[in-house]
Write a protein that binds this ligand. Structure first.
Ligand SMILES: [Fe+2]
Ligand SMILES: [Fe+2]
Length: 367
């Protein structure tokens, strides 16, 4: 079941006169995006003026000698904020000037499916990130610092380096302060639409967990552990293939196994990180465990799950249900609470009740 129609999918134009290379990229993107290919710059420019896409991917050979639609970005105000990816070899880096007039990011050969999808998702997120500048300083800083830390986390995992837990905790300080001051509506609202879904989900879980902790009397370092643990709870997903994470139809048995594997992936990352704390590990390793033993990966039960694990699973499910994904619309919070309440044997209903009261009391349901 595909929750998206073609009209709601982001639209991407690809410019490359090499049919084979153009098709290679188009095929990777066509399951999640509306994609049009062009073999020359003029055809793409004409199309851009009729229907502005959300992103353009242009091969570096198409912009040699100062020709091509990429350079129109400098002079045409309508195209100024349109994200461009330049695809090519090392030499394509010359088109990244950082002044906003040329390419925003580079997709270097050799391509892989994951690499293409990650670059596209980053570039599509620029517009969302720009809007954060208009937010009050604390909320803006909470979003910006957690995003740049999340990018550093992904890079560390890719390079098999330990996580910088102190760095993540520091990047979570503005989030914790926003929650202490009850200024977090802007955070929850403005992270929506960002295309790095694991970041969006991690930030939302971090926010809900910290709100939860604050409401039940936790303060200081305890809140920082909840925020940091929320940001790190799904780190194992950074190595889950993008097409499994963002699949717009039901996962098959193998894909589901691969998805569940993210918890063990996270454990390996924590094992490689001497700084990891017990609290962060509980959140990461037990946020899919259920009281009746039906959860994963260990099928822990009842008293084997402490309060932190019980809070994490509630925040994780609530966050997932109320988010819009490629395969489903966002559930209204009221419906998400009904689902949590129906999971009578699986979730700690006393905590579900408290969580509902917190969110209703703070007006989060109207956000
Ligand atoms: Fe998870
Ligand atoms: Fe999660």
């Amino acid at each position: 079941m595909d929750g998206h129609t073609d009209d709601t999918k982001p639209c991407i134009y690809i410019v490359n006169d090499d049919h084979v290379h153009r098709e290679e990229v188009r095929l990777v993107l066509s399951s999640q995006f509306k994609v049009k290919g062009f073999d020359n710059n003029n055809a793409c420019l004409d199309a851009m003026l009729v229907q502005k896409p959300d992103l353009v991917i242009v091969d570096e050979r198409m912009v040699e000698d100062g020709k091509g639609c990429l350079f129109d970005k400098r002079t045409n105000p309508d195209l100024k904020d349109l994200p461009f990816i330049i695809a090519g070899k090392e030499s394509a880096n010359q088109y990244i000037t950082g002044d906003g007039s040329e390419a925003d990011t580079v997709l270097l050969r050799p391509f892989s499916k994951n690499k293409i999808l990650i670059r596209v998702s980053d570039a599509l997120s620029y517009g969302v990130e720009k809007k954060w500048d208009e937010l009050p300083p604390q909320e803006k800083s909470a979003l910006q610092s957690t995003l740049s830390d999340f990018q550093a986390i992904s890079k560390a995992i890719e390079e098999k380096r330990p996580l910088d837990v102190a760095g993540t905790a520091e990047s979570c300080q503005p989030l914790v302060e926003s929650i202490n001051n009850q200024n977090y509506q802007g955070i929850l609202k403005n992270v929506q639409g960002h295309h790095n879904y694991t970041y969006v989900h991690s930030l939302r879980v971090a926010t809900y967990l910290t709100m939860f902790g604050h409401a039940i009397g936790m303060r200081g370092d305890e809140l920082l552990t909840l925020a940091t643990g929320g940001m790190l709870h799904d780190v194992g997903k950074t190595v889950t293939p993008q097409d499994v994470l963002n699949k717009s139809s039901k996962l098959d048995d193998n894909e589901w196994l691969c998805m569940k594997q993210h918890v063990d992936n996270s454990s390996r990352v924590y094992d490689n990180t001497p700084e990891i704390t017990h609290g962060i590990r509980i959140i990461g390793e037990q946020h899919h465990e259920k009281l009746d033993g039906s959860g994963y990966p260990k099928g822990l039960k009842g008293s084997e799950l402490n309060e932190l694990a019980r809070m994490s699973v509630i925040c994780d499910i609530f966050g997932a249900l109320t988010d819009k994904r490629s395969y489903k619309e966002a559930f209204p919070p009221e419906m998400a609470f009904e689902i949590l309440e129906e999971m009578n044997n699986q979730l700690d209903q006393k905590l579900v009740g408290i969580f509902r009261e917190i969110l209703e009391g703070h007006g989060t349901l109207k956000a």
